[in-house]
Design a protein around this ligand. Structure first.
Ligand SMILES: *Cc1c(COP(=O)(O)O)cnc(C)c1O
Length: 497
């Protein structure tokens, strides 16, 4: 086997190719303008002190050089448009191009949030239609589309939970969170001012009912539960969990980031959930990651409706749509304007393009794909929980760790095989987790390639662990100091002095 699968540096990936600044030479340009045929105006006269005196060290290059520069940069990134993105919990599915065609339609792309309601009827209809679809899919009673991400949805949901308890004259202090939870859950609860109490999982990776019974009391505002949870396991006792919460006046919050495993099959509103968020950028195929806008709508049961953020889209007497700002018990606004409108358009396009049967098929394919990988890699990697998998499967590095190779090393080596890494650092209850979520987007060929790559890496660990420990070899930079990369990122090229 080739130790360095693609190490042969081509001019397209080589870092020696030179940065655009180093290619610069005075007078070179990527443009040519016709001679001026109007009177010349002094830029100072037009712009005053904001007028530039010089080009400020901007590179001077030809058109082909600038095109190659940006095209080359684009190839240094991995993308869902290049291959599978098995990041567990992130649900990195394909973003259908039809969504992009729809969202770029002139009337939608150019709509302005300050436009009067009278000429925003189409945009309001989209928000209303999406709200109705999501309410139907979740089995809840009402929804806000405002939050800009899952984590902000969690915050919005818990603000409503807090307002609900306060309206009953009882400011409860605690939120229960299973030890398998996504890190945003405890962070959110703390942000909203709750004390977080950890809830143990049992040997099957589900909420331990006895612990919940022991810990639930009148001081607990809510349980924040992800279902299926981050092990990819469905909480089989969900009805009992909901009953236990409700019996003591608590609410059940569901982190709905994993709805890709449920859509069209079961509805959280039917199994006792009072409030939940959705990640449109996961379940409903809107673009994801890279700091782009997300969307984390929060769906609720009737009891929480008075507390919804404002404005709320309403139907007026004359049949037109409008925005209602007057809602005295509302938790207020959580996001500028109405949320990330482009995400709403894409999500609605996705929902309508698939229809109920298509969405159900999506769920079934996502679960099938995860189980295909589970079968393919079982035995090669340790499977800490044998409970049936839903949309993702979590292995551990227990077998490979005996040779000194950890999940992070395996993930780095996977890059050399042409795949984005899976999720490595989480769930925390699985030390050395390999959290894999293929989504429904992948066909069997891609899944087989992935399984083959993982098996070859496992074989390398047995024969030559050093190769794996030194990976990746094919990327422009190899292992980064991740802390420094996050805390002190180098975002700008500076000339060597
Ligand atoms: C992604 C995710 C979140 C957070 O969503 P963001 O949109 O990234 O803020 C919360 N919980 C779970 C289980 C997730 O997978």
């Amino acid at each position: 086997m080739n130790k360095y699968p693609d190490l042969k540096a081509t001019r397209h990936t080589s870092q020696d190719e030179g940065l655009i600044f180093e290619k610069s030479s005075p007078g070179k340009a990527a443009w040519k303008l016709p001679p001026l045929d109007v009177p010349e105006v002094d830029s100072k006269e037009l712009l005053g002190s904001s007028a530039r005196k010089d080009l400020g060290n901007m590179p001077e290059v030809s058109e082909i050089e600038i095109i190659r520069h940006f095209t080359r940069l684009s190839t240094w990134n991995y993308a869902i448009d290049l291959g599978m993105y098995p990041l567990g919990s992130c649900t990195m599915k394909y973003n259908p191009r039809v969504n992009e065609a729809v969202v770029r339609m002139e009337g939608l792309a150019n709509a302005h949030p300050y436009q009067p309601e009278k000429i925003s009827q189409g945009a309001l209809r989209i928000m209303k239609a999406l709200s109705e679809c999501l309410v139907e899919i979740t089995g809840m009673d009402a929804i806000t589309l405002q939050p800009a991400a899952g984590a902000q949805g969690e915050m919005t949901g818990l603000l409503m939970v807090r307002a609900y308890h306060e309206s009953k004259g009882a400011a409860r202090k605690k939120v229960l969170i299973p030890d398998s939870a996504h890190g945003t859950n405890p962070a959110t609860a703390a942000t909203v001012g709750y004390a977080v109490e950890n809830l143990k999982s049992n040997a099957n990776g589900m909420v331990d009912i006895a612990s919940l019974e022991a810990q639930m009391n009148e001081d607990v505002a809510a349980l924040m539960l992800t279902n299926p949870n981050t092990l990819g396991v469905f909480e089989q006792e969900i009805h009992k969990i909901a009953d236990l919460m409700h019996a003591k006046g608590g609410l059940l919050y569901m982190d709905g980031a994993n709805m890709n495993a449920l859509v069209g099959k079961v509805r959280p509103g039917d199994f006792g959930v009072d409030v939940m968020h959705l990640n449109l950028h996961k379940t409903f195929s809107t673009p994801h990651g890279g700091g782009g806008p997300g969307s984390g709508p929060v769906a609720i049961k009737k009891i929480l409706e008075p507390f919804l953020p404002t404005p709320i889209v309403i139907e007026k007497q004359d049949g037109t749509l409008g925005l209602e700002y007057n809602s005295p018990k509302s938790v207020g606004r959580v996001r500028a304007f109405y949320g990330n409108f482009g995400m709403f358009v894409r999500a609605l396009a996705y929902i309508l393009a698939n229809g109920p049967d298509g969405l159900r098929q999506t769920t079934e394919d996502a679960v099938l794909n995860a189980n295909y990988i589970r079968k393919g890699l079982q035995g090669t990697f340790d499977l800490p929980y044998s409970t049936p998998s839903m949309h993702e499967v979590v292995f551990s590095d227990k077998i490979q760790a005996k040779k000194g190779v950890k999940t992070m090393d395996l993930a780095k080596r996977l890059i050399d095989y042409g795949f984005h890494p899976y999720t490595t650092a989480f769930p925390l209850i699985v030390p050395g987790a390999l959290m894999i979520e293929p989504t429904e987007s992948e066909g069997r060929d891609e899944l087989d390639l992935f399984i083959e790559a993982m098996k070859r890496i496992a074989a390398e660990v047995e024969e030559d662990p050093q190769t794996v420990l030194g990976a990746p070899y094919t990327t422009r930079v190899s292992r980064l100091d991740e802390t420094t990369a996050a805390r002190k990122p180098i975002l700008r090229w500076k000339p060597a002095s």
